[in-house]
Design a protein around this ligand. Structure first.
Ligand code: XBP
Ligand code: MG
Length: 251
């Protein structure tokens, strides 16, 4: 069985539930500020999450006729304003980490497992979350921060995971991804990674057939037993530990 050497973490929806009360709200603030009538409600935003990347999401909404046409530079400007609003929301400390995230990160870091980030969001949004929700000391604890437009194709393409692995020089067989969405899981799978999925309200109904482990959350020792939505390896667990993730490498 290969030894677990690396955990690559998705950000939005995995480290924290940033989409509904973070990114979505920030998009709407930028739309309002730009004099646009469009607002993304919770349900609409859930549909739009099938398009990864904020600029790509705005472009999609324009192309389907729900926002006025604008040149790409204007989309990029609107998105840059959105990122500033998002950073301010995160700086208010209103988006906590998901259950078990800090615990598992600390366990892995203490065990010498290499940690990295593979995300679709922009570096500025990622930095804000690390600084305000995780703690600035984590900037140095992640061996790679792979984010946003650093690769040409966003998830579900494997590019961001392949980029992170290449930067680290660690093989896919020794790495497990942590994701929350169908697009994220497909991206990790296409890069040859095993993957633990922690679903949330936006992603619970998505297709994870073939995933190694799908749970409601990573969970805490003192909390309730996590819900096992897919468990092909037959793990017995109350919350997800490093040993459980190592056990996924068995076949
Ligand atoms: C999720 C995304 C992102 C965010 C918004 O990325 O698709 O686009 O919704 O971020 P992941 P930006 O789960 O891979 O972290 O507006 O900065 O793109
Ligand atoms: Mg995600």
């Amino acid at each position: 069985m290969p030894e677990l050497k690396c955990l690559l973490w998705d950000v939005d929806g995995t480290l924290a539930d940033t989409e509904r009360d973070g990114h979505r709200v920030a998009f709407n603030m930028a739309f309002e500020e730009a004099g646009l009538a469009r607002r993304w409600d919770v349900t609409t935003y859930g549909e739009l999450l099938s398009v990864t990347g904020g600029k790509e999401r705005i472009k999609f909404d324009i192309e389907r006729g729900d926002m006025p046409a604008m040149p790409y530079e204007e989309i990029a400007r609107l998105h840059a304003r959105k990122t500033i609003h998002y950073q301010a929301l995160i700086a208010e400390g209103r988006i906590p980490l998901r259950a078990g995230v800090r615990r598992l990160l600390e366990e892995a870091y203490a065990a010498g497992v290499t940690l990295g980030i593979s995300t679709t969001t922009t570096p500025a949004a990622l930095d804000a979350l690390i600084e305000h929700s995780l703690g600035a000391e984590w900037f140095d604890r992640f061996a790679v921060l792979a984010a946003g437009d650093i690769v040409p194709a966003k998830k579900p393409a494997p590019d961001i995971y392949l980029y992170a692995l290449a930067e680290l020089g660690i093989p896919a067989e020794a790495t497990v991804a942590l994701e929350d969405s169908g697009n994220g899981w497909r991206s990790a799978q296409a890069a040859g990674l095993r993957c633990v999925v922690t679903v949330n309200d936006y992603t619970r109904g998505q297709d994870f057939s073939g995933a190694d482990l799908v749970v409601s959350e990573l969970g805490e020792p003192e909390g309730e037993t996590v819900e096992l939505l897919k468990n092909p390896h037959g793990l017995q667990l109350h919350h997800v530990t490093l040993a459980d993730i190592q056990a996924l490498m068995a076949d």
